[in-house]
Ligand binder design. Structure first.
Ligand SMILES: [Zn+2]
Ligand SMILES: [Zn+2]
Length: 328
């Protein structure tokens, strides 16, 4: 081990492994406690700097890389709950311990049964396929929708016609409602999913870091053959994947921007134009939960007017609205 890797580094790594992810604010008291023990004098959490954290993360990464683990970080795509009204609050950086080689579904196999993992796969299929269409890039799931996925037969009935062909492990058993509810609870507790104030589940930054490569290989078609689209999109500013943000008005354009990337991007560009096609940026075309909530608002408003042609008659329940419009 490199010089200078001591008990304080070991304690930090231990603390990190005990939780799924950490922000700088969460790391401050952890490092303060470690410094206090080491120096035998009281260290205030506010005296712990970003530089302290960075140096402990660097040391930890050197120590854990032989085990295919790495602490990575990602800016949270949505502001903290308390700051959600204030669009100018800076995004929070989230650090997470990520397995760099292991397939995420294989990782889950150490904790969950095959039936539970198949349920997780159906959740991801729903979020990134069924509820991620040309019309509405929701990439979220409601508690009710998640319970509907507890059996694979039910899930298949609800899948969009151009869905990926194969659900993992066709022979798996259904979960009971209670089992499915418990799974959702565990996935939140373990830092894979988070629930918004409006009751939508989405992937956490930790999950996005852990699942990044897998999501791209699972839901994007490198050949772009046939009618299948690349479900996982990227922010034109930071180039990382985007599940919350804004999109270009042109449905065939790949222009997407995170909320926190948009401001500085437009300031630099000196014009609010799509980074890809240069059309005016609409500002009200969303990626993520707001794509679903604004779509259902539009649908409510359109009830009186002649409805746009829907592919099938049962698309009117708001529960299913997001996924059913693709062919329209
Ligand atoms: Zn971005
Ligand atoms: Zn565009």
């Amino acid at each position: 081990m490199a010089d200078g890797y001591d008990d304080s580094n070991r304690a930090f790594l231990q603390a990190f492994m005990g939780r799924s992810s950490m922000t700088f604010e969460e790391a401050q008291p952890v490092l303060a406690a470690i410094f206090t023990a080491q120096k035998e004098e009281n260290v205030d959490p506010n005296d712990v700097t970003q530089e302290h954290l960075s140096s402990y993360i660097d040391a930890a990464n050197t120590a854990i890389s032989p085990f295919d683990l790495e602490i990575r970080s990602l800016l949270h795509q949505t502001p903290k709950q308390a700051d959600q009204e204030n669009n100018d609050s800076p995004p929070t950086r989230v650090y997470a311990l990520v397995n760099t080689t292991c397939d995420p579904l294989t990782q889950l196999a150490t904790t969950y049964s095959a039936d539970e993992i198949a349920f997780v796969k159906r959740l991801l299929d729903f979020m990134f396929d069924t509820n991620n269409t040309r019309i509405c890039e929701g990439m979220v799931i409601t508690p009710m929708q998640s319970l509907n996925l507890r059996s694979s037969a039910e899930a298949n009935r609800r899948r969009s016609t151009n869905a990926t062909q194969q659900t993992q492990g066709g022979a798996t058993q259904s979960l009971t409602i209670t089992q499915a509810e418990n799974m959702m609870k565990h996935l939140v507790e373990e830092g894979w999913l988070e629930k918004s104030r409006k009751d939508f589940f989405s992937l956490t930054p930790r999950a996005l870091m852990e699942l990044r490569g897998w999501l791209i290989s699972e839901y994007n078609d490198e050949m772009e053959s046939g009618r299948r689209m690349n479900r996982i999109k990227f922010c034109s500013a930071c180039k990382d994947l985007i599940t919350v943000g804004q999109r270009c008005e042109d449905r065939d354009c790949l222009g997407r921007l995170h909320d926190h990337c948009m401001r500085s991007f437009f300031r630099m560009q000196r014009a609010e134009q799509c980074p890809v096609c240069k059309k005016d940026w609409p500002g009200d075309k969303f990626v993520g939960e707001r794509a679903v909530t604004s779509a259902s608002r539009r649908q409510t408003n359109a009830r009186q007017a002649p409805a746009p042609a829907a592919p099938n008659g049962d698309a009117s329940s708001s529960e299913d609205a997001s996924g059913e419009e693709e062919e329209g």
